[in-house]
Ligand binder design. Structure first.
Ligand code: ZN
Ligand code: ZN
Length: 309
């Protein structure tokens, strides 16, 4: 005996298994279910169209805009660094030749004056003539040397590779801490070392009792100096001064990363300092007291308080 339609109250004979509900249905209900399924196609088509439109109108420039700006900033910073270095080396070249030229000019002037004097007074000796001749010969040799000066310039190409600029793709809301790279290396610090640290794009500075230490980007100590000025509360880097700023209990010190000189540039009267940060033009330092104040200092030409609040 043939099976009847699975729909309640339908007495018609089932004609097949409907693939949407997995029930045996009569022809009419199979049709109904099919129509229902077909009607679902249109909204899907609409959604797909909308996606197509979004894809067509996608502004790729806008998506990469911010990142491109960062790349552009990196490019400009690198160019600036190269231009600055190039300027220094040009000056060095100039200085190397200028010293010899200046000396030659001075000697030339001197002997010129002597000859003029002899001509003016219309008097000279054999010895003077011999001496003048000898000096002029020497100046000629010097001049030949100056004209034949050349420099050997040894250069090496800048190492730029994928580690200089490393691009990873993320979505806007995503912050996945597991994508942080693992610790590169660990620096163990003694109990007596003061905790603050800071860095610029070449070095970072920490206190490793009893020294202040400069580390390079590969975490090697490149320079260190004995620190004899008491507690370090905070430190920061000032690119405009080209110095590290170290905050002591009552004093502000400037550290030159090349010469490792330490200059005490400011000392407070009767109050302690605790933390600091700086912009391109000013330094802010926070006082260590109950109702703490923020002091604003000029960086240039001298470190001086301009405001407090
Ligand atoms: Zn069905
Ligand atoms: Zn039916």
């Amino acid at each position: 005996m043939s099976q009847s339609c699975s729909i309640e109250k339908c007495t018609r004979t089932s004609r097949g298994l409907c693939d949407c509900c997995q029930q045996n249905l009569c022809l009419q209900h199979l049709n109904e279910h099919n129509t229902l399924l077909v009607s679902l196609l249109n909204p899907l088509a609409d959604e797909l169209n909308a996606l197509g439109v979004r894809l067509e109108t996608l502004n790729i420039e806008k998506v990469i805009g911010n990142s491109r700006q960062k790349l552009e900033q990196w490019r400009q910073d690198c160019h600036k660094k190269i231009d600055c270095f190039f300027g220094q080396k040009c000056q060095e070249l100039n200085q190397l030749i200028q010293e010899t030229v200046t000396k030659q000019v001075e000697e030339l002037n001197q002997i010129q004056m002597k000859i003029t004097e002899f001509i003016d007074t219309q008097e000279t000796t054999r010895h003077d003539i011999d001496s003048l001749t000898l000096t002029i010969r020497q100046l000629q040799i010097n001049m030949n040397n100056i004209e034949r000066t050349c420099f050997t310039i040894n250069t090496r190409p800048l190492p730029i590779d994928d580690t200089s600029v490393f691009i990873t793709k993320t979505t806007e809301i995503e912050l996945d801490l597991s994508t942080l790279s693992p610790a590169y290396t660990t620096i163990h610090r003694s109990e007596e070392s003061f905790r603050s640290f800071t860095g610029n794009d070449r070095h970072f500075l920490i206190h490793q009792a009893p020294n202040l230490c400069l580390f390079d980007r590969k975490m090697n100590i490149v320079k260190q100096m004995l620190w004899l000025y008491g507690t370090i509360w905070d430190m920061c880097w000032s690119s405009i001064l080209d110095r590290f700023i170290v905050l002591g209990k009552k004093s502000i010190y400037l550290i030159n990363e090349n010469t490792l000189s330490i200059d005490n540039v400011y000392t407070t009267v009767g109050r302690d300092l605790i933390s600091c940060t700086c912009s391109d033009t000013v330094l802010f330092a926070c006082t260590n007291e109950g109702a703490s104040s923020i002091m604003e200092f000029t960086l240039f030409p001298a470190i001086e308080v301009i405001k407090e609040w």
